[in-house]
Design a protein around this ligand. Structure first.
Ligand code: ZN
Length: 76
């Protein structure tokens, strides 16, 4: 979406982004992937992909989380 792409969090912090010292990881309500909350230069809470510089909006809904069914069938 309309967020600038960064290559490091240092760059983001220079631009005014704030990351909570203790990362708050919580699953996204939409896609249930983990998100880390950051504050944008405008003071908005933005969900981030944990440990990365990518905003969660860019990946939200992609559902990379593999469902553990289908393949692994327990045999007796
Ligand atoms: Zn999501």
């Amino acid at each position: 979406m309309a967020y600038k792409q960064y290559t490091s969090r240092e760059q983001m912090e220079r631009d005014g982004w704030k990351f909570s010292s203790g990362p708050e990881l919580a699953p996204c309500r939409e896609c249930s992937n983990p998100v880390e909350w950051a504050k944008s230069p405008k003071g908005k809470n933005i969900p981030m992909v944990p440990g990365s510089t990518q905003v969660h909006f860019d990946v939200c809904g992609e559902q990379p989380a593999p469902r553990p069914h289908g393949r692994a069938q327990a045999k007796h």
